[in-house]
Design a protein around this ligand. Structure first.
Ligand SMILES: C[S@@+](CC[C@H](N)C(=O)[O-])C[C@H]1O[C@@H](n2cnc3c(N)ncnc32)[C@H](O)[C@@H]1O
Length: 371
């Protein structure tokens, strides 16, 4: 059986996620506003959860309809064969969003959807009481311009939660965005990579995971595994296949930070991710940065001058980055920041820039080709 599978991703990186899907053998996709849709099986959904490094969630679309009133929302929701998708002891957890629509009160929409689900189950199962003490079923609604999409969230927690980062440093970058920037950088594992402002270690750890072919979902669970209509053995098979694909590699990945607590955190996370042997972490001011290698990549998310530092200090820091970068031999640089004056302070115009969102914060990725 095939479903409409929706892969959600951050706005601005749809093309990167589409490429990842292509590498999984899923070429026929359509993308719009951070949502990539394709026709696939439950095994495809399991594989997307396990392997996609840049996606947020994988949803199974159950119905799409127009609703301008609560009655329409109720009727269309109760027309879905929920008895096939939900266990009668399940906890039905309903979450969603609405924009530019008549139905905008989220808690009222949640209540109506829940009522419609329960009514449907009452009519199509022998049960009249639903204790909701079993596995969680995550029902997702998305209402845009009165068009409602109802789906089951097969991921559970967002896919940026790989399971290795349980303590957060100062302004950590989302793992999914870090992976997308690494993919955009064109960096290959044979070449050196440095993050001079590594914070909790996200870029170096994501780079090591990618290089060693460690699937981002290897050590976490997914909501799909608890759904009654899904054969858990399928996910076990996908996980075993992922573990079988892990490779050992000699890597030249380093992470530096001026704050020794950040370095301790990075080491702890790298240990949890199983890549501590692949990364050199060290407390160091960016002013001291140098490398004996040529042709590497510097990738970073320096302080923005909002939460972490005042604007003047940030400008000085960017100027220092510009100075040390000039001395490196044929390296490229990718820097993600929301500071408008980055290029001026850094001392050179970027070869390319790209608008990206770090969670909800609008940022720009500055790309210097080097050489
Ligand atoms: C926005 S955070 C980086 C977050 C990181 N990408 C992560 O995912 O956790 C910026 C980092 O720059 C570090 N930093 C500030 N000034 C520095 C300097 N002069 N040299 C090196 N690191 C510095 C801070 O300690 C902080 O950890």
């Amino acid at each position: 059986m095939k479903y409409n599978i929706i892969v959600t991703t951050a706005s601005g990186i749809e093309a990167v996620t589409k490429n990842e899907l292509k590498a999984l053998g899923i070429g026929e996709t359509s993308a719009i506003n951070g949502k990539i849709t394709f026709l696939g099986t439950l095994e495809d959904a399991a594989r997307c959860n396990m392997y996609l490094r840049t996606a947020d969630k994988v949803l199974l679309e159950l119905s799409k309809f127009t609703a301008k009133s609560f009655d329409e929302l109720f009727d269309n929701t109760s027309a879905i064969p929920w008895e096939h998708f939900l266990a009668t002891d399940g906890q039905f957890i309903i979450n969603g969003k609405s924009a530019k629509s008549g139905l905008f009160a989220l808690s009222a929409c949640q209540k109506i959807i829940k009522k419609a689900v329960i009514e449907r189950l009452k009519g199509h199962t022998k049960k009249t009481v639903f204790p909701e003490n079993g596995n969680g079923y995550l029902i997702d609604f998305n209402i845009f311009e009165d068009s409602v999409t109802l789906s089951l969230n097969t991921s559970g927690d967002g896919l940026h939660k790989r399971g290795y980062r349980d303590l957060s440093g100062q302004a950590p970058l989302r793992e999914t965005l870090a992976a997308a920037i690494l993919m955009l950088s064109g960096w290959q594992w044979e070449r050196p990579l440095i993050d001079p402002f590594c914070g909790s270690g996200t870029f170096p750890i994501e780079a090591a995971l990618m290089s060693r072919n460690i699937a981002p979902g290897t050590y976490r669970a997914f909501a799909l595994e608890n759904y009654c209509f899904f054969d858990k053995a399928v996910m076990d098979g996908v996980r075993q296949e992922a573990i079988g694909g892990i490779t050992e590699r000699e890597l030249r990945i380093s992470g530096f930070d001026i704050d020794k607590r950040a370095i301790a955190l990075s080491l702890y996370h790298a240990e949890k991710a199983g890549v501590s042997a692949n990364i050199h972490f060290q407390t160091q001011d960016v002013a001291k940065l140098s490398s004996r290698y040529s042709g590497g990549t510097l990738v970073c998310n320096p302080p923005y001058g909002e939460r972490l530092m005042d604007e003047k200090s940030v400008a000085v820091l960017y100027a220092t980055l510009g100075e040390v970068y000039k001395k490196l031999d044929n390296w490229r640089l990718l820097a993600l920041t929301s500071a408008a004056n980055f290029e001026r302070s850094f001392g050179a115009r970027a070869d390319k820039t790209r608008k990206l969102y770090n969670a909800t914060k609008e940022c720009r990725l500055y790309y210097y080709f080097g050489g």
